[in-house]
Every structure is written in C-alpha cells, then in structure tokens.
Design a protein around this ligand. Structure first.
Ligand SMILES: [Zn+2]
Length: 426
C-alpha cells in the first residue's frame, strides 16, 4: 500500500512560513503573545536555579483555508518529554465526558465485541475504559509515562508516538480497527501526514477516524486567546479540516460541536467513500462563512477584544492590590500559562495557584512567572478576597465545588470578558 503524504504535512521544528494545512503563503499575523515558555513545563524548585527556555508565540491566520496556526514549532520531543504532567482522569467532568463518548460511538457505528477501538493519545485510559466496559476490544497509544498508569488500570497501552511505523506494528499484533479516536492531540503534532496515514493503515474499509480538537469558531467568538500555546500548532475550522484531509482517501462524513476546552469540534473521517455525508457538514461550513472565519477583519476584531480584556483585568488586579485585597488563582491548566505570561502576572500580583490535592503539579512553579502550585485546602484556610478561575471554561462546577467546601471568596472569571461573580451568586 502506498502510504505517502504531502511533504508539508510534516511540520519542521523552528520558524514556519507557510500554512501547515494547505501550504499557502497567504498568512496574516493576528496576535503577538511575545516570547513564552512551554505552557506545561512546570518547574521544580531545583529548576528555578537554571535558565528557562522561551520561544516566539504568534497567532497567524491562513486566508486560503482559514487555519489558525503559530509560526514557531518547538520540537515535539521537548514538548512531550516523558514527564509531561497531564492526566485525563484527573477532573471529574472530563472523566464523565470521555466515558460518554463511548456510548454515542458504539451506537452510531453499531460496534460489536469483536470490533477494535484505538485511542491515540490515550493518557490514563479514561476514554477507553468506557468501551472496555461495553465489552469491546481496546488499545491505547500514549507516548508519555502516563501509559504506565493506564496499564496499571488494566488498559492495554502501547507507549509510543503514533506514526506509520507504529501503525504497522499495531496492525500486526492487534489487527485492523473499526474506530480510531483521538481527542485533544490533532492540534499538537508535527507529524500530521504520519498520523493520518498511520490511522488509514490501521482502519478497516469504511472504518472511522474520529478526531476531536478545540474549535476555531469558539476560540474567535469567545476571545479565547489562552488556547494559543506552543502545544497547539494549529486551531482548526471545519473548512481547514476538510482541506487537511483532501490529499488522503478519507471523507469527512459527520461533524459535532461540544463545549469541551471552551468549545470543540469532533469530525468523523471515514476511510474511503462508503458512507453518506451528514448534512451537518454543509451546515457548519455555512455557519463558518456567515460568522466571517474567512475574513481578516473578524480576526482583527478578536485581537482588539483580547487586548481590552487584558487591560481590564490588569487594571482590576492592580487597583485591588492598592486597596490591600488578596487575590489568588485557582487551578493551573496549560492554557493559564499563556494568560499569565501575556498579561504579565507574577507572584506579587497572584501569590499562588491552588490545585486539587491529587494534582501532579503540586509543589511546582508555573512556567515563566514561577507562581507556586499549592494544595487548594489553602483557599479554605485563608479565604482570600478574590479567586481567579484559570480553568474558566469549567467555571460553574468549580465555583460550586469550592463554595460547597466552605470557600467564601468572590470569583474572577478572566475570559471571554472579564467578570466578577459574587460568592452569594454561585
Ligand atoms: Zn491554509
């Protein structure tokens, strides 16, 4: 089988001149977020004695396919070092969400126990555990040491990057898959062509490659500049995803929208042309056009909203400090690194970020601004005046949980627009 892909679907480390999706050179700069460290490279106390690497972080837009991308690619081997701290089972909301995916997929494609489902970027195996429970054959592919946690939990996992070579090894050992799922990985990888061809190689005829990623329309509509970081090489529109799959023998047969990561898109790419295309594909393309994802001025408006939100937030932070109010942060998702570094917030303005007692980030320091990550019991003990919700896309459940634990502070939601929520309103 010919497993060749276009050369430009291998994103080289360093400066990126052309569109990563369609290779066009009609690229516009939307927002310059300065030099930033890798958002998930938290530091230990020991590491604070050493220099810290930063890289350019600029948000660019392709006029041809409407892909949004950054124009500097950090080597994936540095970004996804084996110590990469993310663990999907860690938030309850996410675990429930991932388990629900299995139900809808099994039903939609009428999957039977003999069907193999593969999750690429499977983390601790939370998503696959839903399929396992229903009796299906499962396999996780995960490059980081989190694979070991998954294996301990009884999820068969190959610890490896996913590419054509890995797909051949898996095919030999486990056979062909009916469904390959990947959530929150497709924006990240340099090896786009390898990934897509690897999935193609591993799928049965009419097998489906389900791909969930954060969605450009929600990012732009929601002023969510904090989804721009080095891990996210690209932010896709449906139009750009269709463009991406054009050189391959895949058909985008369905699309869904959800609210994960502050707005996500899930596409179903079928191997070959054997499935009917849902009318939702055409409808969403029309919505993107209506919204103006194909127009530069849409992105210019986005940039000016982001700049205003920053000034408003900093103004509040500094004036509250002048009045001796205490303001701390809650949770430390990767995305808050972009916000803290772009806004210019250090420990003098926000002395700590509170995390769940089970977080692997406890005792570490945020990249760039070195804000310590502490056990969230401290919030309850200290009752600060304001708690800034860094995971603002989960604001409601987080506020409810903290209040239920006895927190009396008011909350700050930084995005999409700066907002104060009184404790009594939760
Ligand atoms: Zn493009």
């Amino acid at each position: 089988m010919n497993l060749k892909y276009p050369k430009y679907h291998f994103i080289k480390t360093g400066y990126i001149k052309n569109c990563q999706v369609c290779n066009s050179n009609k690229i516009h700069k939307i927002l310059d977020l300065g030099y930033q460290p890798l958002c998930d490279s938290l530091l230990t106390e020991e590491m604070l004695k050493q220099p810290e690497m930063t890289y350019p972080l600029r948000m660019m837009w392709c006029e041809n396919c409407t892909n949004v991308q950054i124009d500097y690619c950090v080597d994936g081997k540095i970004v996804y070092a084996p110590t990469y701290p993310y663990r999907s089972g860690i938030t309850k909301e996410l675990a429930v969400y991932q388990k629900n995916i299995s139900k809808s997929v099994i039903e939609k494609y009428n999957l039977k126990p003999e069907d193999l489902v593969i999750d690429v970027g499977s983390n601790d195996g939370t998503l696959l555990s839903g399929f396992k429970k229903e009796g299906l054959k499962i396999l996780g592919v995960e490059p980081t040491n989190i694979a070991k946690i998954a294996k301990k939990n009884g999820i068969t996992t190959v610890q490896s990057f996913f590419d054509i070579k890995t797909s051949k090894i898996i095919k030999k050992k486990y056979g062909l898959a009916s469904v390959i799922i990947t959530t929150n990985t497709f924006a990240h990888m340099q090896t786009l062509g390898e990934f897509i061809m690897g999935a193609y190689n591993l799928l049965k005829k009419d097998g489906v490659f389900i791909n969930e990623t954060h969605y450009l329309l929600d990012v732009i509509n929601g002023g969510q500049f904090d989804t721009i970081y080095h891990e996210h090489l690209r932010t896709y529109s449906l139009k750009s995803l269709i463009t991406l799959f054009k050189p391959y023998d895949f058909t985008i047969t369905d699309v869904e929208r959800g609210d994960r990561y502050g707005g996500n898109i899930r596409i179903h790419a079928t191997k070959g042309k054997g499935r009917k295309v849902s009318k939702k594909v055409k409808e969403l393309l029309e919505l993107e056009e209506k919204f103006g994802l194909d127009k530069l001025e849409t992105y210019e408006k986005f940039a000016s909203r982001v700049k205003k939100a920053r000034i408003k937030f900093m103004n509040f932070l500094i004036s509250s400090k002048m009045k001796n109010k205490t303001i701390v942060g809650n949770s430390s998702p990767g995305r808050c690194s972009t916000l803290l570094n772009y806004y210019g917030i250090d420990t003098e303005l926000i002395p700590y970020l509170a995390e769940q007692p089970t977080s692997l980030k406890l005792g570490m320091y945020s990249p760039g601004k070195h804000i310590p990550v502490v056990n969230n019991q401290r919030l309850i003990n200290e009752q600060p005046d304001y708690v800034v919700l860094m995971a603002w896309h989960y604001a409601k459940p987080i506020m409810e949980q903290l209040k239920a634990r006895g927190l009396k502070s008011d909350f700050i939601i930084p995005l999409p627009d700066f907002k104060i929520v009184k404790n009594s309103e939760v």
